[in-house]
Design a protein around this ligand. Structure first.
Ligand code: AGP
Length: 604
């Protein structure tokens, strides 16, 4: 996730405004940033690695001349956070500048085509193909706007784009899957990935839809559908949010916003670069012994991964909580050991200690993280960026489902490489993975109201038990961690109802059962009946239409059908994230700031 912004003003310098807007978009990314403006037929650019304040201190982002410009704050996904990879990106002749949020899937083939035509690339980013494509179409005689349109038609993947030309007093923007909004003010027109960027200047907002391109001028904007160039009439609407509310896109807390961002984040994980997935699969396949090492929520992703690797690829692995690793597995490590460390921050002290120790023992280190440039990315032989964008809520939500998606993709590939999954089956599984973001959207749309009701009903419970069999032991454990972390209600998680639990439960206990329509799910029905006799309230997550569980449970939350148990953890964790969130709110707590907890535990 990155943030783009820009404006065309009637008067006055654009750069200080763009700088301020970038500051308000910093929650979308902050490893590098840049601005470009146009004045007197010339393009001016400043960009560098570092936070916006650091870059401003070094370069002064406010003194670029001109009344139109674009800006970008980056969260690296393609290419390390360096000056050369920072946006804006330019064409060969430094006439065209582009900022971009999203992932251009076919950038490698476009880059090759453009290089053959003589274009010189400077960065390792996917974005840089855009200014060169526009340049190419302009070299062939098209005007700026037509060239932008033709260039955009060539792109596959997701984008919110803003394109500036040295000889133009208008800016072209376009959107596909990444957010883009216009702000229509008295003194000019603004655009950004999100409303807070320009909210102090105007609250008249136009939302740009997928497949649309906009030409922004000081007087207004013209929206057209890219495919057939149909003009689109869309009037501004008034937004009554404060800047603070707008940063959370109207959600009362970052946690809820991030829960709702999951479909988009999951789509991003499905656009990871082939070569990284392939390379990591190779290392996983070759591993003589494989340890999956992480803390907290990331450990739950590892636990799920151990089931995925075993069931889809017949590859055994040891999921280990990082703080336990050195003491208990350290002596056994050697050149044949492979450590897959999973850490959204890439900075968790226990995970890094385990990795550093294993590296000293000549083990191979692989990493999955959300932060390119984090310590984990520097220690790992190969790493994959899970592309979730910054997560502000202390409770991990979108980063968990993204980790699961990356790990499922790796398990499917591993299964194929090891001959455990045939081509047709592999393609079907990947096809299902692509459907999961839509399924999560369905869950959010259909179950959130229901979960709110249940949160009201059960917020007063004295204790919670979570049960999940098979791979959904990870779901039960993660559901329990979410609740404990932000509601402080004593909770336990198990695969099955153990006899000794029966002495611990009573009418003030709520038991949550993760019961997809699979063998592991069905096995829990007897457990439900057993524990219900002790006065425990039963809340079950079930596949829609599963009447068997309906009869036993007090309450059910319905989830869409998934063809395989291994694909259920992503949709099934979503209601549990919502349940923890709404129970926390019901109890008058702030879910974004659990007491005594930091987002990242960087000291031991
Ligand atoms: C999860 O909600 C917690 N905030 C915490 O357990 C977290 O998952 C853990 O600290 C690991 O963090 P990491 O993924 O950044 O390494």
């Amino acid at each position: 996730m990155c943030g783009i912004t820009g404006c065309v003003l009637k008067e006055g310098p654009a750069a200080p405004l763009i700088h301020e807007s970038l500051k308000r978009l910093e929650y979308r990314g902050y490893d590098s940033c840049g601005e470009a403006t146009v004045d007197g037929g010339r393009l001016y650019i400043k960009k560098d690695r570092g936070t916006i304040d650091e870059v401003h201190r070094r370069l002064n982002l406010d003194d670029l001349p001109g009344r139109l410009g674009i800006g970008h704050t980056r969260w690296a996904t393609h290419g390390a956070p360096t000056r050369v990879n920072a946006h804006p990106h330019v064409d060969c002749d430094m006439q065209i500048a582009v900022v971009h949020n999203g992932i251009i899937e076919n950038f490698a083939e476009l880059r090759m085509e453009l290089e053959e035509l003589g274009h010189k690339f400077r960065s390792k980013t996917d974005t840089e193909v855009v200014p060169h494509l526009v340049e190419e179409y302009m070299r062939n005689g098209m005007d700026f706007v037509d060239a932008c349109r033709e260039a955009i038609k060539r792109l596959r993947g997701s984008y919110a784009l803003a394109i500036l030309h040295a000889g133009e007093s208008r800016i072209v923007c376009a959107r596909r899957e990444s957010p883009l909004v216009l702000g229509v003010g008295e003194d000019g027109v603004y655009f950004a990935s999100d409303i807070p960027a320009f909210l102090p200047y105007t609250n008249r907002v136009v939302f740009i839809e997928d497949g649309e391109m906009v030409v922004v001028t000081e007087e207004g904007y013209e929206i057209r559908r890219i495919s057939d160039w149909t003009p689109i009439e869309r009037r501004p609407q008034l937004i009554e949010w404060s800047v603070e509310m707008a940063e959370r896109r109207g959600y009362p807390h970052f946690m809820l916003k991030e829960i709702h961002e999951q479909p988009a984040c999951l789509r991003n994980t499905l656009r990871l670069r082939e070569e990284y997935l392939e390379l990591m699969t190779k290392f996983l396949d070759r591993a003589e012994e494989l340890f999956l090492v992480a803390c907290g929520t990331s450990y739950h992703a590892c636990l799920a991964a151990s089931y995925l690797f075993s069931k889809l690829a017949c590859k055994s692995s040891h999921p280990v909580i990082a703080s336990e690793f050195i003491q208990n597995y350290g002596r056994a490590l050697g050149i044949g050991s492979t450590i897959l460390a999973v850490s959204q921050s890439g900075e968790t002290a226990d995970t890094l200690s385990a990795v550093a120790y294993a590296r000293d023992k000549a083990a191979t280190i692989l990493g999955i993280t959300n932060v390119v440039g984090s310590t984990l990315t520097r220690l790992a032989r190969v790493y994959i960026c899970q592309q979730s964008g910054p997560e502000i809520g202390v409770a991990a939500t979108k980063t968990y489902t993204s980790q699961l998606s990356v790990l499922t993709q790796l398990a499917i590939r591993l299964g194929m490489v090891r001959g455990k999954i045939g081509h047709v089956e592999g393609e079907e599984l990947v096809d299902w993975l692509w459907r999961i973001p839509g399924k999560v959207e369905e869950v959010l749309a259909s179950q959130e109201g229901r979960v709110m009701e249940l949160a009201r009903k059960y917020a007063g419970s004295e204790r919670f038990l979570f049960f999940g069999g098979g791979i959904n032991l990870a779901t039960a454990m993660e559901g329990r961690l979410k609740l404990l972390e932000i509601s402080y209600i004593p909770s336990l998680a198990y695969a099955r109802v153990e006899d000794y639990l029966l002495g611990f439960v009573d009418g003030a206990t709520t038991a949550v059962f993760v019961c997809p329509n699979t063998n592991s799910g069905k096995r829990l029905i007897d457990d439900m009946t057993l524990i219900r006799d002790y006065g425990v309230s039963i809340l079950a997550l079930v596949e829609e239409g599963d009447d068997e569980v309906h009869e036993v449970a007090d309450e059910v939350i319905e989830l869409p059908h998934m063809p395989l148990e291994e694909l259920t953890p992503i949709p099934y964790i979503v209601p549990l994230q919502l349940l923890a969130y709404y129970i926390s709110v019901e109890r008058g707590l702030n879910p974004d700031k659990p007491r005594n907890l930091a987002k990242s535990v960087t000291v031991k």
